[in-house]
Design a protein around this ligand. Sequence first.
Ligand code: HEC
Length: 162
Amino acid sequence: MSATKNTVVYRVIIGLLLLTIVGLVLKFVVLGRTGTEVDGRVTILLDPSERVVVLNEMRQFLVGIQQMLEAAERKDAAAIVKITRPLGMAAAHAVPPGLAAKLPLEFKTLGHSVHNDFDRIAMDAEAMNDVQLSLRQLGQTMNKCVACHATYQIALPPGPRQ
Ligand code: HEC
């Protein structure tokens, strides 16, 4: 084979590799595994055990918020620090990688942003001892809970199971 032919072959191979990488990133980082919309919301297709992981995390949010409201009523900023810290990014790292690949990028971004907010609430409550600030921050963060719930729901993939 001539040198120029070789160059063309290499370029084609590199091009195909790049396309494959772009395809993989698109599938596992950006798109996730989603199905048809049922009620206007995008359905994320998760296996039952993965759904349990996501819903567990959600209920921890709910429990945390309930405890935060009581702590704020008592003007107990130290308790708010204790309650919100475990809801921060530390919790997000517990998500198994196989599950992360099925979640669309926007979902992951919103989720991370909520965890970051709880870290921020914990930090500020510790530094400023101001429960009014914590409440204001919680109200803003909960816009993200609302936005995500308006956009996504979880479904099991179609086909025989269990
Ligand atoms: C990135 C998206 C996203 C964010 C952010 C989010 N949720 Fe969720 N949440 C979901 C999805 C999806 C479901 C499943 C809904 C369905 O399948 O109908 C869910 C379900 C829940 C449930 C029901 C749990 C169960 O056991 O059925 C609760 C409670 C909940 N979320 C609370 C919250 C709270 C509180 C926040 C904010 C602090 C929050 N979520 C933020 C996506 C999100």
